[in-house]
Design a binder for this molecule. Structure first.
Ligand code: NAP
Length: 640
């Protein structure tokens, strides 16, 4: 039978601790959790789990028998483990006891029974009725906007979604540059309630991600709620009626005004290209484009290409275009830190896919393993130690250790090129900027004979190329900007006028802030997902943040429904105190280091993008809104 033939392959490809946990759960056999089978993880190593080959063979033998029994119709004994066993299983897969306080959070994330705190709770008839009277405008049909649509549907809240693009997918629709792929393990970078057992790669490519989100839109019948090619030009709060008036600009430039009781902005942080401020940029005569607006009509074959920027986008497209161009000059201002991930481009084996599909709970335990080891488990490596005096290249002893490991991995790849070695090992701490995943292709591309890494400052762009500070002109036929996004200009494309005529961008003064990234004083019933200070640098998937934020926003809508209030607005003192805590905490991480400049900091040098606490803290803070943090405006008749 085909399944049996796959079993041996599956056992070779399995993440054994996740498989053990799944089988311990379904068989109810405590013998699975042997001390000698408990993993010990080595940072930056997927395959070294601290279990000897002899023991691995025993695990596979026992697993084979258990799976064959299951396939042969054996009963799963314990589908939802008791709390004590659940805790033991979590500790086992994590390889060490999970710190006290994390158990509830991780159990909720694991959602072993299929239920989660993120499911909307609008079960009482009175609330359902009140939910039907709300209506919500969602801006954006990317990962967060689709998620909002799903949750509002489940809560019974009427909504419509608008998106500037002609299709769903947001960043996965817009970024089509060669080599574009997710840099978070895909079995974690997916909605917690929508696992995909068939991800073709551990880090799949953009078309695969786009197809996942298109599939979600179909499955949850979201397309009928979405107006494509529609931009929100302005939002105005009508205080008398407590509604938002939105001016929408649709296809062919038609404008229309719609009203909504609440607005959810799900527009992301990284979708307005940033062009470098370099003299002569507009004078270049050949094709010039940004990575997020890739010109597929420009054939790079045999061309002389100049790339400005070496961030996460360039890191992905440079190795793809290098073999086909005649000459590639890569202009680097600061090198990226690469963390060794040898399987970055690897396919998921058929055996692994089979396990995910057929062994109950294996998918959940595998996701749990990824979640723990790449999120909270990794954070201490980028923590600043106030007493650190080991120089600006690190922020603390663990960060210095990480630096050493990453630097060695880079150095080993350029041992034959000392000229390159001195350019590609960063001086700033790991975690100061977004680290990229290194499977060797980046440095292999830079070592090609037709590729040159240039670190001299760019003086200007001319009609025919790029001139560097010492006066050398580098001729180019095509110029590509891998220069990132206007991340800190939150919501810059629309005018948002709140209570008392207060305009959002004037209120922010270029320094966007929000409470939990979601709400800001003066703007009732206006919510953001992936808003200020909700980005993560090294720890995990932004989908987790969106799921938490949407749960919280649905909680705010529920509060309106429960209390009969018509508007909910965060208290300024609560918002300000929260932001003070955020600012202080951001100093405690590598990305807050004064030695680093990045898109995480705004023009004032404040870290405006990143969440400075653990994932657990965001999970806790967004479980439900605390009514005391808000002013609830009652209906006029209730006031009278
Ligand atoms: P980025 O990380 O902001 O990188 C921009 C690059 O352009 C940097 O190397 C920057 O140098 C350089 N640059 C900017 N202005 C310049 C100038 N005037 N002269 C010379 N160089 C200049 O942008 P990105 O690569 O598009 O990535 C942005 C974010 O998107 C990432 O951090 C990540 O969160 C996300 N992303 C994710 C993936 C993924 O794998 N899923 C892929 C792409 C992007 P400096 O460092 O010196 O400023």
């Amino acid at each position: 039978m085909a399944e049996a033939a796959l079993l041996d392959q599956a056992l070779r490809e399995a993440h054994l601790p996740a498989l053990i946990a799944a089988l311990a759960q379904v068989t109810g056999d405590p013998d699975w959790l042997r001390p000698e089978w408990t993993p010990t993880y080595v940072p930056l190593s997927r395959d070294d789990i601290g279990i000897s080959e002899a023991e691995k063979a025993k695990i596979r033998e026992k697993a084979k028998a258990a799976i064959e029994a299951l396939l042969g119709g054996g009963e799963a004994k314990a589908s939802t483990p008791e709390p004590a066993l659940l805790r033991r299983l979590m500790d086992f897969v994590a390889g060490a006891p999970i710190p006290e306080g994390y158990a509830d959070f991780l159990a909720d994330e694991l959602a072993i029974s299929g239920k989660s705190s993120k499911d909307p709770q609008f079960e009482q008839p009175r609330l359902k009725e009140a939910a039907r009277r709300l209506n919500v405008l969602v801006i954006g049909a990317g990962m967060s906007g689709l998620l909002t649509g799903i949750r509002l549907s489940q809560a019974g809240v009427p909504f419509q979604i608008v998106d500037k693009n002609p299709d769903v997918g947001g960043t996965w629709f817009e970024n089509t540059y060669p080599g574009c792929r997710v840099d978070n393990a895909n079995h974690m970078y997916s909605y917690s309630f929508e696992p995909n057992h068939l991800w073709p790669q551990h880090f799949s490519t953009q078309p695969v991600l786009l197809s996942y989100f298109r599939g979600i839109a179909e499955k949850y019948e979201l397309r009928k709620h979405i107006r494509f090619e529609t931009l929100v030009e302005s939002l105005t709060w009508d205080e008398g009626r407590a509604v938002w008036r939105a001016v929408l600009k649709g296809p062919e430039g038609r404008t229309e005004t719609v009203e909504a009781k609440a607005v959810v902005s799900a527009v992301g942080q990284l979708n307005r290209p940033r062009y470098p401020d370099i003299e002569g940029l507009d004078t270049f005569e050949g094709p010039a484009f940004h990575s997020a607006e890739w010109r597929h009509d420009v054939d790079l074959t045999g061309k002389r290409v100049a790339v400005i920027g070496t961030g996460a986008s360039a890191y992905q497209f440079v190795p793809e275009i290098a073999p086909k161009v005649a000459q590639l000059k890569v202009f680097q201002r600061t090198p990226p830190w690469g963390l060794p991930v040898p399987h970055y481009h690897e396919d998921v084996g058929e055996g692994m896919k089979w396990l995910l599909e057929h062994v109950p709970f294996y998918d959940k335990w595998y996701r749990f393993y990824l979640f723990w080891t790449t999120t909270e488990g990794f954070l201490p490596m980028v923590k600043s130690d106030p007493s650190w005096n080991g120089g600006p290249g690190a922020v603390g002893p663990e960060n210095a250790m990480l630096r050493e490991m990453a630097a060695q991995a880079i150095a080993a790849q350029v041992a034959d090129r000392p000229d390159l070695a001195e350019k590609v090992i960063p001086q700033y701490p790991v975690g100061g900027k977004r680290a990229v995943l290194d499977n060797g292709v980046w440095l292999a591309a830079l070592k090609r004979p037709n590729v040159e890494l240039i670190t001299d400052r760019i003086e200007k762009v001319t009609p025919h190329g790029v001139v560097t500070a010492e006066g050398t002109e580098h001729p180019a036929d095509v110029l590509i900007y891998g220069t990132g996004f206007q991340a800190s200009n939150f919501l810059s494309f629309m005018k948002v006028t709140g209570r008392g005529g207060l305009e959002l961008h004037e209120a922010w003064g270029g320094d966007a802030r929000a409470y939990l990234g979601v709400t800001t004083p003066g703007f009732p019933n206006f919510f953001m997902i992936y808003g200020p200070n909700t980005n993560i640098v090294v720890n995990g998937s932004i989908i987790f943040f969106s799921e938490c934020a949407v749960r919280y926003i649905v909680g705010c809508l529920r509060l309106l429904a429960e209390t009969g209030a018509r508007a909910i607005e965060v208290r300024k003192d609560v918002h300000d105190a929260f932001n003070a805590r955020v600012d202080e905490a951001n100093q405690g991480w590598a990305w807050g280091s004064p030695h680093v400049s990045s898109w995480y900091k705004n023009k004032f040098g404040r870290v405006s993008q990143n969440w400075p606490f653990g994932l657990i803290d965001y999970w806790r803070a967004t479980l439900a809104p605390n009514p005391e943090d808000y002013t609830l405006e009652r209906q006029p008749e209730a006031v009278a």
